[in-house]
Design a protein around this ligand. Structure first.
Ligand SMILES: *[C@@H]1O[C@H](CO)[C@@H](O)[C@H](O)[C@H]1NC(C)=O
Length: 340
């Protein structure tokens, strides 16, 4: 009786949180990205992009299916690019928004050919923005949402913020928090997720994710509630949350930076699975891509060489929210027309 009881509880414990594993795609031996790789983002073709191409702060590159430079701000080499997101402009042409943390702005990249983006303009900017760090897009309104932080040994509310820019680039501050980083919108665009990390005396003491009711058209949030508290979920309050992405079923995938893994949460905030990411030291950002949009690409500093950026992939079943939105809104990147 006793033995079968122990067996039964072990069995249900394994069922409760699944352990999955990603496999390396971009490794320390072939990577063209620096250790500051961040902001993984997908276009309508399922290609994956990230910042810190050639180790440059002001450069973004394609990471998958092949590595190549897509844009470099040569006039402002100290621009610090971070989050990236693709969307369609009002004519359905694909554009990319890139957070520039140092200059407190979001840059819009357009006019893309196979050689990269040819046009960069400031989309929105406000000296009051702490950064932006990561960004999320609500495609029906064209609104961009931005997180940002001021890293201090002991943080206070105001060392993290949340901003939105409307489709014309008008910036509005939506709130103050402890350090904010991961940011994402649910597939029905009715919920905004935002991570918050708190430091005390040099130690990280809390990592939670808030959910808000989102009015994407008006750019308003309400009904702030704790969606997930990693101190309670798995006693990992001291491990920073980094990038977050939803799939089309509303599951939220959360990079658990220092833990070398990704946590998968259900739409109600239940911990469903861990995706282990061997070869990556600090798991920073993630995005679904590939031909069907179901491959979760996960990026961060390589374990073997912290000066290099690595990417691994976990093959999932549901497509990513961003990939799926682009299938509906975008005509795809304007491929260069071969002139006869
Ligand atoms: C670059 O993009 C801006 C903003 O969308 C646009 O107004 C401008 O016409 C574009 N410039 C070129 C040369 O395409």
């Amino acid at each position: 009786m006793k033995i079968s009881f122990v067996f039964a509880s072990l069995f249900s414990a394994t069922l409760a949180v699944e352990t999955l594993k990603a496999t390396p795609v971009v490794t320390s031996s072939n990577s063209k990205f620096g250790g500051g790789i961040e902001g993984l983002a997908v276009d309508s073709a399922g290609s994956i992009f990230a910042v810190n191409f050639n180790g440059q702060l002001a450069a973004i590159g394609q990471a998958v299916p092949s590595q190549k430079l897509m844009y470099q701000d040569k006039a402002n080499p100290t621009s610090l690019f971070n989050g990236i997101r693709f969307s369609a402009d009002c004519s359905g042409n694909e554009q990319a928004f890139v957070a520039d943390a140092i200059n407190h702005r979001v840059v819009r990249l357009s006019d893309r050919t196979s050689a990269g983006f040819r046009n960069a303009t400031v989309f929105c900017q406000d000296p009051g923005m702490l950064q932006p760090n990561d960004i999320a897009i609500a495609p029906s309104s064209g609104r961009v949402f931005l997180s940002g932080m001021n890293y201090q040994a002991t943080t206070k509310v105001g060392d993290g913020d949340l901003w939105t820019c409307d489709k014309n680039g008008k910036a509005t501050k939506l709130g103050q928090f402890q350090r904010t980083n991961g940011i994402e919108v649910s597939p029905d665009e009715k919920t905004l997720y935002l991570s918050e990390s708190t430091n005390k005396g040099g130690a990280v003491i809390s990592n939670i994710i808030y959910a808000f009711d989102l009015n994407s058209k008006a750019g308003q949030i309400s009904n702030k509630r704790v969606f997930a508290d990693f101190g309670k979920l798995d006693k990992s309050a001291a491990i920073d949350i980094d990038g977050m992405r939803t799939d089309t079923q509303g599951n939220l995938y959360v990079a658990r930076n220092g833990n070398g893994k990704v946590a998968k949460l259900s739409p109600s905030g239940k911990l469903l699975a861990y995706i282990n990411v061997p070869g990556i030291m600090s798991v920073g950002n993630l995005e679904f891509g590939g031909k069907s949009g179901t491959d979760l690409y996960i990026g961060g500093k390589c374990e073997k060489d912290a000066k290099k950026g690595c990417v691994s992939v976990y093959k999932g079943k549901a497509a990513g929210r961003a990939f799926n939105d682009l299938q509906h809104h975008s005509k795809g990147s304007a491929a260069p027309t071969a002139s006869a």
